[in-house]
Structures are given as C-alpha cells and as structure tokens.
Design a protein around this ligand. Sequence first.
Ligand SMILES: N[C@H](CCC[C@H](N)C(=O)O)C(=O)O
Length: 292
Amino acid sequence: MQIRFTKMQGAGNDFVVLDETHGLLGLSAAQYRFLADRHFGVGADQILSVRPAPAPGLDFEYVIHNADGGEVEHCGNGARCFVRYVHDQGLSERNPLRVKVKKGVIELKRLADGRVTVDMGPPVFALADVPFNASGLKPERLNGFERWPLTLPYAGEVPVAVLSMGNPHAVLRVDDVDDAPVAGWGPLIEVHERFPQRVNAGFLQVVDRTTVKLRVYERGAGETLACGTGACAAVVAGIRLGWLDERVDVHTRGGLLTIEWKASDGLDAPVFMTGPATPVFNGVIEVPDHLS
Ligand SMILES: N[C@H](CCC[C@H](N)C(=O)O)C(=O)O
C-alpha cells in the first residue's frame, strides 16, 4: 500500500504524520513499526494520525502510535506538529484547534513567532489512574508530594515522582543529565512491574527555580531528543516537590520547551506547553500489506 506522509519534528522528537481525514488506513502495529523503522521505513519516534472530529465542537481526532507500534494516550511535541500540519495541508484554518485525544480534549494554538502553545489539560496524580502499583511501598514526602522508592536491579532503590499527563510518567532527580544513567536505568524503569502499562522515565536536573534540563527514556520509543508530556510531568513534579516556580524553561537535547502550571490555582489547573513545530519533508512510502 502506498502511503503519503509528512515527516515533522518538535524539539527533535520526530514524527511521521498521516492524513486520515478522508478514510482510515487501517494500519497494523507491525505496519506502524515499519513506518517508524529508521532503516527499513521512514524513521520516527511516533506516528501521528489526523482523523475526523468524533463529536461536534471538536476539529479533529489526534491518534498516536509509538515506534514499537502500540497506541498511546498522548504526545505533547506531536500536538504542536499536529496543528502546523493541519494548517499547512489546508485541512483547517482554525486557530486554536480543539482536538480529541484518548485522555480528553486539548487546545493547540499557533503563535505569531511560529511556536505553538498547547493546553495539555490538568495533571493526574491518582496512582490508580497512572497506573502505578504502590502496594507495600513507603513513600518519602517532600513539600507534601510523594516520591516512591522504585527498586531497580543493580541500582537498588531510586526515588521517583509518579503522575500522568494522560500517559504515565516516572520522574527522578539527577545532578547532571549528561551523566545520568538514562541508557541503563531507562529501560528498567520503562518495564518496571509496578507500572502495568509501562512508563516514560524522566531524568530531571534542576538548574534554578525557572530552568531545568531533562532527558526522557520514552515508553515504546527509547530515549528521544525531547518529550513534551515528559517535560510537563517533570515540571509539575518539580513544582509539587518545592523545587520549581510556576513557569519553567525545559532544556532538552533537541531544543527548548516552556512549561507553565499555575498550581496556586489548584492541582486541577491545566498545564501549558510552548515550543517549536517543524516540517522536515513530504514523501510517499510503499508499506508491505502483510507484515508480522
Ligand atoms: N512515549 C510516550 C508517547 C509520546 C510522548 C512524547 N513523544 C511527547 O512528546 O509527549 C508514551 O508511550 O506515553
């Protein structure tokens, strides 16, 4: 099957974007994996699908698959690319866009300087909704927020903050992201038994109360150059733990994301993420009909 696509990137987190507004392609997990493959396919961290709005008052549905072929609830960097793609392809001129993701509805607004601000909705702290199994664990509390002792092979107990941005995140603080054991601990945290849906692992270095550095080992994709939901989760955790102010610049290996969360308005306040969204090239690829 021939598929037209647009390759895009948001702070180096890269995507294959598919227009499914005139009909679903019906791709299998194996075909999503093929598209994401950096040798046999196009190459991407995630595949983003633009689909028709599922209800009045919405502009589109936004569906995300990781490089491992699994569908996931949210992708922040992808959301910024989504609105740029929709405008570039003439699918809508509305700005902001209101789109349906698994967790709910998010709003995507293109700014005059070309960046995009996404209302990511509120963070979710209920452990069952992450989901995270804390049974038998005794957390340490800092500024009223828990960090849970995760036992990793060879590394022992690692304290992580646990929360969801629609997708699951575990955030641990490190002194220097460049020295952080992302390659070693990331895969162990991703598949840790206490995260039944697996988890994205964020390694957070606090530079000052309004500046952090972050690396993320993503569920279903490995380490990416940036993770939008991961940046939101890390800043929210940092604010709750008392380390950060309510507006933070997040320096990732792929670029700068700015996160705002007015926790002083309540824990259900929405998280806002601002950052770049860049088209790279358009293409057509032959996807094998039968892939296992
Ligand atoms: N790997 C994530 C999905 C993509 C998130 C990331 N690329 C972002 O920008 O938020 C997960 O399995 O939940």
